[in-house]
Design a protein around this ligand. Structure first.
Ligand code: PAF
Length: 281
């Protein structure tokens, strides 16, 4: 596996692969990899001839006071995991390469960035769209794979790709869960033993909602309050939001009619955890 840090070297490598007629798959990550990331890599292997994994903890998507400084990092471990998956390139640029002195241009996420996580993390999705657009211009992939745990991010990136005419296929990959249902996330590393046990309430609450819908419940307010109740039974958990919304526009729904996205964010100790599921009536 090649490790590339320089933007110009990454661009040169991609140009040569494109000229040779090979299809490049990109898996953008912030590192501290887990099985969820590795499943994106395996999806990349199926959708491209070459797989590039980018590893960059993007300062622009963290607000002041958020966990940019303490975000878990372990480059050596990540490198070994990716080598084992036979990834072709690990792109690991320093922050000065991505945001050189004088940098002032950003990509603004539209209304999709204002719902859900956008409410409590203003500027977050602007940071995401900006860095993803940069990665697209540097790696020049034919296809990019995103995890559906960050469902809002996936929809925002899809919108950006359509709006800015990036010629890139965007694939959303299903959430990978631990045995007890907790969605895999680098931020799970923040949880101590008790908090890790408490974190099971997220998946439990999503399952409760799915059961209610299967039993015929359609009213969003009742489903949302049942989900909140389930989470709040766990004393260590604090609900940030629970939203039942349209899976495309992310606008809140009054009733489940067809497909609806149930998305939530919960704080447990130092960790802010998100999860979601699609409900079908
Ligand atoms: O999902 C992530 O890990 C990040 O938001 C991404 C897409 C790598 C951009 O920094």
């Amino acid at each position: 596996m090649k490790v590339i840090e320089k933007v110009s070297e990454m661009q040169k490598w991609s140009e040569a692969e494109r000229c040779a007629g090979r299809r490049i798959a990109l898996v953008p990550t912030m590192g501290f990899l887990h099985e969820g990331h590795l499943s994106l890599v395996r999806e990349g292997k199926k959708s491209g001839d070459r797989v590039v994994v980018s590893l960059f903890v993007n300062p622009a998507q963290f607000a002041p006071g958020e966990d940019y400084g303490s975000y878990p990092r372990d480059l050596e471990r990540d490198r070994l995991l990716l080598e084992r998956e036979r990834v072709d390139v690990l792109f690991h640029p320093p922050a000065e390469a991505m945001y050189p002195n004088g940098h002032q241009t950003h990509v603004e996420a539209g209304p999709l960035g204002r719902f859900l996580c956008g409410l409590s993390r203003p500027g977050h999705f602007r940071g995401v769209t900006t860095v993803v657009a940069k990665l697209f211009n540097i790696v020049r992939p034919h296809v990019a794979i995103f995890g559906l745990k960050d469902y809002q991010q996936f929809q925002i990136v899809r919108r950006m790709v359509a709006d800015l005419h990036f010629d890139i296929e965007i694939i959303g990959h299903p959430i990978v869960r631990e045995k007890d249902g907790l969605a895999m996330s680098s931020r799970n590393a923040y949880l101590d033993g008790r908090e890790r046990g408490a974190a099971r309430c997220l998946h439990r609450s999503l399952k409760k909602a799915a059961l209610l819908v299967r039993q015929g419940e359609r009213e969003a307010a009742r489903i949302v309050s049942a989900v909140k109740e389930e989470i709040e039974r766990e004393p260590l958990a604090r609900v940030e939001y629970v939203s039942l919304c349209d899976p495309c526009s992310l606008e809140e729904l009054e009733a489940v009619d067809g497909e609806a996205l149930l998305a939530l964010a919960v704080r447990i100790g130092k960790a802010r955890l998100i999860d979601n599921t699609l409900l079908k009536a």
